[in-house]
Design a protein around this ligand. Structure first.
Ligand code: MLT
Length: 330
């Protein structure tokens, strides 16, 4: 082995470990690919508050880079400098968009480093306050009787609210798909639901729980396989399976990602900070209050390998769901 090669190797080892020691060397940006105030934004801000405690109290700022169902923000991170200071907080969109976008500007499994899953979030079928229904049965009958007159709000093609809306329409076998209104996130969509401008939405409990509690919107069912028995409010709503939609089971997961090529020691520091946040009682409690579940410490999805394997499986699973329900895609 010649001296020059050895010298280069030694230098690169020193550089990378120095990189890790100095990391973070400036504020970290969490890119949230949806509008501020929505469920993804809520998760990101609560996570940032906890993770920073394990990263020398670095400032973590949120950049709401919305549009195109979250793919604009995701692509921004895929193209960012791979130094660990620009990260993506995204949900099932990482797995649903390959089946919905012919020209996706990034490859989910090749263009990102996987840092771990953050949480699992149930969804709720909700309606505007004026909707003339108080039970799920009334709700479904009303929608069926008024096809072509009602609209559903979502956060763009491939968003959680879009996927849930198309799965529900497919499950109840509507004669034709509902008119839809796409927003840059379900925060602006929620404002229109409360105002009665849109009729229906399927949205994450992290965005609906407080509105249901305040009586600003109506809730009819939850999308999980099992009832949310541990939640003081959400336990009162049936699952869609209990309402006869066999096998309906949708939970939204959120993950943390860095651009491909981020140095391994930096990735390790970020994964350790994420796992510490997932054990932070304050973060866990805040998430629980909104119906979200933080993965257990032994959940394989909190490891980079487990997270990536999970998303690879979800890509195949959601492709099958979208192919089956595609006529309701929009
Ligand atoms: C979604 O429907 O994908 C999310 O609720 C979007 C958001 O976080 O606003």
């Amino acid at each position: 082995m010649n001296i020059r090669w050895f010298g280069t190797l030694a230098l690169s080892i020193v550089t990378v470990s120095a990189l890790a020691q100095d990391f973070p060397s400036k504020p970290i940006t969490f890119v949230v690919p949806f509008a501020a105030g929505g469920p993804t934004d809520t998760v990101a801000r609560q996570l940032a508050e906890s993770m920073r405690k394990h990263l020398n109290n670095v400032a973590i700022v949120v950049d709401n880079a919305s549009g195109a169902g979250g793919t604009i923000g995701a692509n921004k991170v895929a193209r960012a400098t791979p130094d660990g200071h620009t990260l993506l907080v995204w949900h099932i969109g990482m797995a649903s968009t390959p089946a919905l976008y012919r020209k996706l500007p990034f490859k989910p499994l090749d263009d990102f480093e996987y840092l771990g899953i953050i949480n699992d979030v149930p969804m709720t079928l909700v309606g505007k306050p004026q909707l003339p229904a108080n039970t799920y049965r009334d709700f479904e009958n009303y929608i069926r009787a008024n096809q072509g007159k009602l609209n559903l709000g979502h956060a763009g093609l491939g968003s959680a609210s879009h996927i849930c809306g198309l799965m529900w329409q497919y499950a109840v076998k509507l004669d034709k798909s509902m008119a839809t209104v796409a927003y840059r996130g379900t925060a602006p969509a929620m404002n229109d639901l409360i105002a009665g401008t849109i009729d229906v939405m399927c949205d994450q409990t992290t965005n609906t729980t407080q509105q249901i509690e305040a009586g600003r919107i109506k809730a009819f069912a939850v999308t999980t396989a099992k009832p949310l028995a541990d939640h003081p409010l959400l336990k009162h709503y049936p699952t869609l399976q209990e309402m006869g939609l066999r096998d309906f089971n949708l939970t939204i997961w959120h993950g943390l990602y860095a651009p491909k090529g981020t140095p391994a020691p930096v990735l390790q520091k970020l994964n350790e900070a994420l796992r510490a946040a997932l054990r932070d009682p304050e973060f866990v409690q805040k998430q629980k209050a909104l119906g979200a579940i933080v993965p257990a410490a032994n959940d394989r999805r909190v490891t980079p390998e487990g997270h990536k394997a999970f998303v690879a499986n979800e890509i195949n699973k959601l492709k099958a769901v979208i192919d089956a329900a595609g006529q309701y895609a929009d």
